[in-house]
Design a protein. Structure first.
Length: 151
């Protein structure tokens, strides 16, 4: 028992039926999201993840937003998936989703850090303060600072 309600389980379905189910779920789950670039509402479809392990799951794995293959599955399923689980445990699906959220958040933090650092260092690199302070960054120091910002 993994705690999934029976009405949310689809079993004994042909491969085309699985792919159609993924498409229906993608069309059904639409949300309104504020588009910051255009300052208007835009429609965004919900994300659908599909977990499978066999040849009959390959179409649905490829069509879903996130295809998750069980590592012990067929080569076709592994090739069609975005994520391949090494063990055949449903708990690993939750772990993979949690890990992907943490990685994505780390990417955001790194992007904000790099942008902030470059915006703060740009006036020094351009020599904006040289007229008032007679201080300039030697090329070796600029290279060292740039390399250290990436660490």
């Amino acid at each position: 028992e993994v705690g999934i309600d029976e009405c949310n389980v689809c079993a004994g379905v042909l491969p085309e039926g699985k792919a159609d189910l993924v498409s229906r779920l993608q069309k059904k789950r639409r949300t309104k999201k504020k588009n910051i670039a255009h300052f208007e509402n835009s429609e965004q479809r919900g994300r659908v993840a599909f977990v499978g392990d066999g040849i009959n799951d390959a179409i649905a794995l490829a069509r879903s937003d996130v295809g998750i293959a069980i590592g012990a599955g067929t080569e076709v399923a592994v090739e069609a998936a975005d994520i391949v689980l090494v063990r055949s445990s449903l708990h690993d699906v939750v772990v993979a989703l949690h890990l992907s959220r943490r990685v994505f958040n780390r990417i955001r933090i790194n992007f904000v850090w790099a942008t902030s650092y470059n915006l703060m260092a740009l006036p020094f690199a351009a020599g904006v303060f040289y007229a008032w302070t007679d201080w300039k960054i030697p090329p070796a120091m600029a290279g060292l600072m740039m390399a250290s910002s990436s660490v």
